[in-house]
Design a protein around this ligand. Sequence first.
Ligand code: FAD
Length: 451
Amino acid sequence: MAQARPGDAPLIHDLIGIGFGPSNVAMAIALSEHNARVGREEAVTAHFFEQQPRFGWHRGMLIDDATMQVSFLKDLVTLRNPASEYSFLCYLQSKGRLIDFINHKNLFPLRVEFHDYFEWAADKVDDMVSYGHEVVGVMPVVRDGAVEYLDVTVRSGEGLAVHRARNLVIGTGLRPLMPEGVERTDRVWHNSELLAKVDGLEGTSPSRFIVVGAGQSAAENVAYLHRRFPRAEVCAVFSRYGYSPADDSSFANRIFDPAAVDEFFTAPENVKRRLMDYHGNTNYSVVDIDLIDDLYRQMYQEKVVGTERLRFLNVSRLTGVKDTPDKVRATVTSLVTGEETLLDADVVVFATGYSPADPVGLLGEVADRCLRDDEGRVRVERDYRIATDPDLRCGIYLQGGTEHTHGITSSLLSNTAIRVGEILDSLLDRGLEPASGKARTVADGTGSTAR
Ligand SMILES: Cc1cc2nc3c(=O)[nH]c(=O)nc-3n(C[C@H](O)[C@H](O)[C@H](O)COP(=O)(O)OP(=O)(O)OC[C@H]3O[C@@H](n4cnc5c(N)ncnc54)[C@H](O)[C@@H]3O)c2cc1C
């Protein structure tokens, strides 16, 4: 990217993106396709910062046989532009697998394959991203009492640098969620780090794993550890009676449609809540039925042959976890009888979910200009722009963290292609910097960063 020399006025971007996961890769593609269509004057200048050293999508959970929970047609582009050269089908063609994929008759590719697709797409727009760059803060640039620009502080191997933008798009994704009071250790993991941690067990012979949780990730962890360590017992602990299947039936699936975002956005608060209650089981705390069947089949087979390694401690809660010199001691409490069982394990994996990264956490004093609803949640407009006081002239767009306003697709891939198109339209409607075309210096240099 263009760099300001020391002493230069900062370069101004129409848009700075924070994070370069699938949401912002899709954003970069939408921008790139737009810029290829229009002249220099109408081109949007943008740059993205990603803290990881290279593209990575939930690498810790790239279990070799895990599949996507979304149709490949909901890739980074197709719903917005079915003719895009960044589609999953174009990726398959470039890899020489298009015909093999078609013969497979499968809408849900392997997760490792979709990761490869994301990486391929991210590579095609890599002139728009700096990897190994973590955004650590945002400061308002005030002119005549109004916030005209935002200064984004970025930390990299070269130290701190400040980049100026008219708009931000925050796509910082999800954070692993541990139960309150439980710290991660060498033996206490969150499933998000599964594969890296498992590699660290190479050369040891663990005898027991405990996996806490009843969602898709928990079930995948149980199946994977059971397969990978053929001499170890795997205990699944959850408060439900059994795993519940994900509702992926056609009518329910419409909750992920672009039109559902419009309806959810305009619905009254009590209807929003009801919709989440009705259809939370399309996504939350549910498991693919095929995986449920596989686990049950495995458990039953072990019962028959008398080699039980797969144990399900249902209607139970893990109420204590303590590292001992060479194990971890877990207390499992039955919710039926209150009886406590002590289990010594080599590892406890918490598959206890994720929460969206706090969307305004990075905004510093700019966050004070973001409007909140009655419940203290950030208010977001239909175009994914945070509602702010009128003196903030910049747009701060959210990709994620909008479930309370835009519905269940907020943290998912289903609507990404459409969402980035809507954000782009909003940017264009609101107008770009004059002489747009590439990052450029501030003409009069009068911008001051409020401290
Ligand atoms: C194991 C797993 C499987 C999933 N499978 C599916 C699926 O099949 N279908 C589906 O629809 N959804 C799925 N999801 C949901 C998931 O949220 C989306 O797939 C997707 O990751 C959303 O993309 P994103 O870009 O918004 O967020 P992320 O993929 O989380 O990307 C955010 C990026 O921002 C970077 N970042 C964060 N903070 C900073 C900062 N301060 N500075 C710079 N960079 C930063 C992070 O390093 C990260 O690369 C899955 C989630 C998990 C955990």
